[in-house]
Design a binder for this molecule. Structure first.
Ligand code: NAD
Length: 362
C-alpha cells in the first residue's frame, strides 16, 4: 500500500494479537498511514507481546472484546467509525477442533455472524460515499476445499469439502460472508490462504513445534507417514496479500493465496533439522535423530495446493519468500527470540499432543 495521506483509513483487525493478525497489524502500522484498531479476546493464542513493536504508535489501539459479544462490537463501531474490517479472529488449530469443536463453532461461525450483522447495521447508516468505500474482508483457509490427490490445485471455483471441525466451521463462515454480500449488499471480500509459517507462530503448529522441540532435544513427532503435502506461505507474504486485497480487490470476489511451495511434512522437518545443524549444532548427535513417527491425526487431509494466479494476474501479488529463504528466517527468528516463546510456553500450552480424542465433545 502507498503512503497516501489522502487515503487514510481506520481499520478494525479482529484476531490482531494472533499469528497472522499481529503480522498484518505490524505491516499496516509500519508500511501505511492507516489507523488500526486490534480487536481480540486474547485466548491462549492471542499475545500482546506480538504487538509490542506497535504498542507506542498513536495509530494503533487495542480493544479486548469477544467477537461473539454483539453489544461490545457495536460499541466499537460507534466509537471508532471504521472504514473497514479485516476479520481474522478464529479458533485455528485442527487438533484442538477434534478435542473440542464447540469453541470453533462458537467463535468461527457465531462470531463471524455477529460481526457481519453489526457491520451491516453500521454500514447501512453511513453516508453514501463512505458506504461505497466500506469493506468487510473475511480471512479464511484453503482447508475449506478438502483434500487433493497427487495432482491438481485448488482454485476459487473448487467445491467446498471441509473434513475437520475446524475447516467445517471456516467453511460455514465463508458461506455467511458470501450470503451477506449477495443478500444485503455488504461489500465483502474473501481470501482463502494455504498454510502459513514464520515469526510469532504459536508453538503448537508444525514448524514452531519442531524448532522448539529440537532445541530442547525432545522427540519431533511426525504424524502418520509424514507424506502429507502442504503449500507453505511465509506469513509476511500473506499479510501483504491481505492488505492488497482489502485496498484493491473487487467487492464480492474470492481470492486464493498460496506460496507455490508444496512440501511433504517429513521434508519440512528434515529442512528444519538441517538449518539447526548449521545455525546451532547439537553438542551430541544430530537433530534428525529426534524424528519420531506418531499416530496420524484422524481424518488427516493428504494434500493441499493453491492456484493463486487470480491474485497474481488481477492484483499483481507474488510471494517474496521461497520455502528455503522463509524457513531460514523463521528458524533464525526462534533462535533470536527465546524471550517471546519462553513466555508463551510458560502459559497454558505445554507442548502436549492434542486431537486424538475422537468421539468426545466439550
Ligand atoms: P491464531 O490462532 O494465531 O490467532 C487467532 C486470534 O484470534 C488470537 O489472537 C485469539 O485471541 C483471537 N480470538 C480467538 N477467538 C476470539 C474471539 N471469540 N473474539 C476475539 N478474538 C478471538 O490464528 P492464525 O493462525 O493467526 O489465523 C488467523 C486467521 O487466518 C484465522 O481466521 C485462520 O482461520 C486463518 N488462516 C490461518 C492459516 C494458518 O496457516 N495459520 C492459513 C489460512 C487462513
Amino acid at each position: 500500500m502507498e503512503k497516501n495521506p489522502n487515503s487514510l483509513k481506520t481499520i478494525f483487525v479482529t484476531g490482531g494479537a494472533g499469528f497472522i493478525g499481529s503480522t498484518l497489524v505490524r505491516y499496516l502500522i509500519d508500511e501505511t498511514l492507516h489507523t488500526v484498531v486490534t480487536v481480540d479476546k486474547l485466548t491462549y493464542a492471542g499475545n500482546l507481546d506480538s504487538l509490542a513493536s506497535v504498542a507506542g504508535s498513536d495509530r494503533h489501539c487495542f480493544e479486548k472484546v469477544d467477537i461473539c459479544d454483539a453489544a461490545g462490537i457495536a460499541e466499537l463501531f460507534t466509537r471508532y467509525q471504521p472504514d473497514g474490517i479485516i476479520h481474522l479472529a478464529a479458533e485455528s488449530h485442527v487438533d484442538r477442533s477434534i478435542d473440542g469443536p464447540a469453541a470453533f463453532l462458537n467463535t468461527n461461525i457465531i462470531g463471524t455472524f455477529t460481526l457481519l450483522e453489526v457491520a451491516r447495521g453500521y454500514w447501512a447508516s453511513l453516508p453514501s460515499e463512505r458506504r461505497a468505500q466500506f469493506r468487510f474482508h473475511h480471512v479464511s483457509t484453503d482447508e475449506v476445499y478438502g483434500s487433493l490427490g497427487s495432482q491438481g490445485l485448488f482454485t476459487e471455483e473448487s467445491p467446498y469439502r471441509p473434513n475437520s471441525p475446524y475447516s467445517a466451521s471456516k467453511a460455514a463462515s465463508d458461506h455467511l460472508a458470501r450470503a451477506w454480500y449477495h443478500t444485503y449488499g455488504l461489500p465483502v471480500l474473501v481470501t482463502n490462504c494455504s498454510n502459513n509459517y514464520g515469526p510469532f507462530h504459536f508453538p503448537e503448529k508444525l514448524i514452531p513445534l519442531m524448532i522448539l522441540n529440537a532445541l530442547e532435544a525432545k522427540p519431533l513427532p511426525v504424524y502418520g507417514d509424514g507424506l502429507q503435502v502442504r503449500d507453505w506461505l511465509y506469513v509476511d507474504d500473506h499479510a501483504r496479500a491481505i492488505a492488497l486485497v482489502f485496498e484493491t480487490g473487487s467487492v464480492g470476489e474470492v481470492y486464493n493465496i498460496g506460496g507455490g511451495s508444496e512440501c511433504r511434512n517429513i521434508d519440512i522437518v528434515r529442512m528444519i533439522c538441517d538449518l539447526l545443524e548449521e545455525l546451532r549444532p547439537r553438542p551430541q548427535g544430530r537433530y534428525d535423530d529426534l524424528i519420531t513417527y506418531v499416530t496420524d491425526r484422524p481424518g488427516h487431509d493428504r494434500r493441499y495446493a493453491i492456484d493463486a494466479s487470480k491474485l497474481g494476474n488481477e492484483l499483481g501479488w507474488a510471494p517474496k519468500e521461497s520455502l528455503e529463504t522463509g524457513l531460514r528466517k523463521t528458524v533464525q527468528w526462534y533462535l533470536d527470540n527465546e524471550g517471546w516463546w519462553s513466555r508463551v510456553r510458560d502459559g497454558s500450552y505445554k507442548g502436549e499432543r492434542l486431537g486424538l480424542h475422537v468421539g468426545t465433545s466439550e
